[in-house]
Design a binder for this molecule. Structure first.
Ligand SMILES: [Zn+2]
Ligand SMILES: [Zn+2]
Length: 91
């Protein structure tokens, strides 16, 4: 989704149509990107409207996230985000 390399330990499978809605097709995403999708959309929204990566990345909230995460190293995760924030606070 963010077009970065996905390290082995960051790989997550996302069901384009949620499993609870009978979806079978999956895509590989970074864990952090995957978490983001599910914090933005409900399963119902994913099943109805956002069942392709193309429609997902068209959402403004997703686009903001992708723009931000794209410049991060492939192994970047939430714990790194915390150290970034404390670094900024120290300035
Ligand atoms: Zn998912
Ligand atoms: Zn990603």
């Amino acid at each position: 989704m963010c077009e970065r390399v996905i390290p082995e330990d960051q790989r997550d499978e996302h069901h384009l149509v949620p499993k609870s809605k009978g979806g079978k097709k999956t895509v590989r995403l970074h864990r952090i990107c995957h978490d983001q999708i599910h914090s933005i959309f409900t399963d119902a929204q994913l099943a109805k409207k956002f069942s392709t990566i193309e429609t997902i990345v068209e959402d403004p909230a997703v686009r903001t996230f992708v723009t931000w995460v794209r410049n991060k190293p492939p192994g970047f995760s939430d714990s790194a985000k915390e150290s970034r924030q404390s670094f900024r606070r120290g300035r």
